[in-house]
Design a protein around this ligand. Structure first.
Ligand code: DC
Length: 253
């Protein structure tokens, strides 16, 4: 990935808890930069849905792990104009909306804690990251999947703010739930995501922490774009200084 700190940013990791707005900000940033956007959460959701569809209990570690190792998960640009950010297929079936179901929400933290499931998903994610020009979103991107990412952002907000946003999203999608239920499930996912033994959710040491509790999506995106621009300017400055020091021509890559 990063072979020199002087080239413009090519790989961006965005991590953070559920409902912090990672996908909205990640997609907006990727569009702004002309980068590929990849939301790794869909892969864990796809495995969870496939287990439920096959009547495999989500806590059956062996069976779920075997399924994760054999399931063909494809994430591609949207093939239907129905508000989706991408199309997700498992073994050829379009599961883009089904992976957002409440039963998937309830079981995905259990499934994503299994080490063999994580190993299978991380291997695929690293292959995608290697191509560069990517904004990858998840829980362990800056710590495990792309530890050398050029820029790491940890997007955070209070659990109440995140639950409120998720509640409004569900309402807008016509699948309302009570705010109290959404808050309880968000708190439970926070506990599971941060306390699991393998790759728990935590900011990388070199991540920029962005607390968006009091920012809307537009403000958060503007903040993150400004962060990328500031980092790119610092990199260009460092490159110019090292070119002057060595007498080498500047690399405009
Ligand atoms: O971001 P999301 O809500 O779609 O993620 C679904 C679940 O997958 C969430 O409980 C945490 C897990 N996940 C993970 O463990 N590692 C990732 N890189 C992405 C998601």
């Amino acid at each position: 990935m990063a072979d020199s700190p002087n080239h413009p940013i090519r790989t961006i990791a965005i991590d953070g808890p559920a409902g912090a707005g990672k996908s909205t900000i990640g997609l907006g940033l990727a569009k702004h930069l002309g980068f590929l956007y990849f939301d790794t959460g869909v892969m864990y959701r796809a495995v969870t849905l496939a287990a439920l569809q096959r009547s495999i209990a989500p806590d059956d570690e062996d069976a779920v792990s075997q399924l994760a190792e054999s399931l063909r998960i494809e994430v591609s640009p949207p093939h239907v104009d129905d508000g989706r950010q991408y199309t997700v297929r498992t073994d050829g079936e379009d599961v883009t909306w089904a992976i957002r179901r409440a039963d998937v929400d309830a079981a995905v933290s259990v499934v994503s804690a299994f080490p063999r499931v994580r190993r299978a998903m991380v291997a695929q994610q690293r292959r995608i990251a290697q191509a560069g020009n990517v904004v990858m979103v998840g829980r362990d991107i800056g710590t495990v999947v792309m530890p050398d990412a050029d820029l790491k952002i940890y997007l955070d907000a209070t659990v109440e703010a995140r639950a409120w946003r998720r509640y409004r999203e569900l309402e807008a999608r016509g699948t309302p739930s009570s705010y109290a239920d959404v808050l309880a499930s968000m708190k439970q996912r926070d506990v599971l995501d941060t306390s699991r033994a393998t790759s728990p959710l935590r900011p990388a040491n070199d991540a920029f922490i962005v607390d968006c509790t009091h920012m809307d999506a537009e403000e958060t995106l503007a903040h993150v774009i400004a962060l990328v621009e500031a980092q790119n300017a610092a990199r260009a400055g460092a490159q110019a200084r090292s070119a002057v020091a060595t007498g080498a021509p500047e690399d405009d890559a």
